[in-house]
Each structure stands twice: as structure tokens, then as C-alpha cells.
Design a protein around this ligand. Structure first.
Ligand code: SF4
Length: 176
């Protein structure tokens, strides 16, 4: 590994530690696991689902995110987590975006999320993205929120456009 690569790697880690949105349920609803990863993930406390062979994985928010991934160096670190790089992270690694600018962008994302949070339904599942999808796809189920529909549509549109432009995440039901 060259010195330049080491610098890029450490900037990438710093960005991921400053963010975590791909672990906390703000970007994704679930993460795919390989069959041999299912039991270890469950033993680690992840909520694993496996009945549909085409959709085996764990639900977000991931309980192993504690301001950093607590199993990053473990043999049980999921391959999907190892492989995933959002668009912003790729830009930092390629030195197209400087780390301080990228951290500012994360703060902008957090601001948009904070504005949207009070407009989301309080479902048993705490996943932000899942609650966002629920209100977008089934507004009639949340009549108690009807007064804020126009505000919700505008803010949800802003956040989803931001997700697509900055993180490269387009699909509402996208998995990591
Ligand atoms: S295992 Fe680590 S990288 Fe993967 S979702 Fe959980 S905290 Fe994030």
C-alpha cells in the first residue's frame, strides 16, 4: 500500500466514523447476508431474517453501530458491509472531494433528516427509511399526519434527491 493510499484509507475511515447513515437505518432498510453469515450475525444480536432465500439479511438500524462499526475487524464482518461504498466515500477516496467538505455534506444530510423526523409515523420498527417509505406509499394510513402532507412531500423530496445526488442511493427499498 502506498502512502497516498494510506492517506485515502484513513480519510475514508474518518468519513465513515463521522457518518454512519448506512448503518443506522437512514439510508437502508436491510443488509444482505450470505447463508454462512446468518447464524453469526444472529449470535451478535442482529435481527436476521432468512425465510425467503432471495432476501436473507439483517434489519437496520444495526445494533453493532456505536459511533463506529464494532465488528469492523472481526471475522464476522459482513461481506456486504465490507463491499459497500457510497458515492461520497468514493469521491473522497478518489480525492475529488476533500474530507472537510464531505463532513459538511454529512451534516447537511443530518439536517434534512432532523427536519423530516417529526413528520414520520411512529411505527414499531424504528427504521427511519422504512417509516419514510410507509408514509410515501400509504399516506391514507396516517390520517393523524394529514395536515403536514404538503410539508412532508416537499421535505421527503428534498431528502431523496439529496440521497441520490450525494450518496448514489436511488431506490426507496434499496438494500446495502
Ligand atoms: S455490521 Fe458494521 S458496517 Fe455493517 S451495518 Fe452493522 S455497524 Fe454498519
Amino acid at each position: 500500500m502506498t502512502g497516498s493510499h494510506e492517506t485515502n484509507e484513513s480519510q475514508a475511515s474518518a468519513l465513515c466514523r463521522a457518518c454512519g447513515l448506512c448503518c443506522t437505518g437512514h439510508l437502508f432498510i436491510w443488509v444482505k447476508l450470505r447463508p454462512r453469515e446468518l447464524d453469526p450475525a444472529e449470535a451478535l444480536g442482529m435481527t436476521v431474517f432468512r425465510s425467503d432465500p432471495t432476501q436473507r439479511g439483517f434489519s437496520q438500524p444495526c445494533p453493532l453501530w456505536k459511533g463506529d462499526c464494532t465488528i469492523h475487524a472481526s471475522a464476522h464482518y459482513p461481506r456486504a458491509c465490507l463491499a459497500y461504498q457510497c458515492k461520497l466515500l468514493k469521491e473522497v477516496i478518489a480525492e475529488k472531494t476533500a474530507l472537510p467538505a464531505a463532513v459538511d455534506i454529512i451534516q447537511q444530510a443530518r439536517g434534512l433528516i432532523r427536519e423530516l423526523e417529526p413528520l414520520l409515523p411512529g411505527l414499531p420498527n424504528p427504521n427511519f427509511r422504512e417509516r419514510l417509505v410507509a408514509r410515501i406509499e400509504h399516506p391514507q394510513r396516517f390520517t393523524e399526519l394529514a395536515d403536514s402532507e404538503a410539508e412532508f412531500q416537499r421535505k421527503a423530496g428534498d431528502l431523496l434527491a439529496f440521497y441520490a445526488r450525494v450518496f448514489g442511493v436511488n431506490d426507496l427499498l434499496e438494500k446495502m
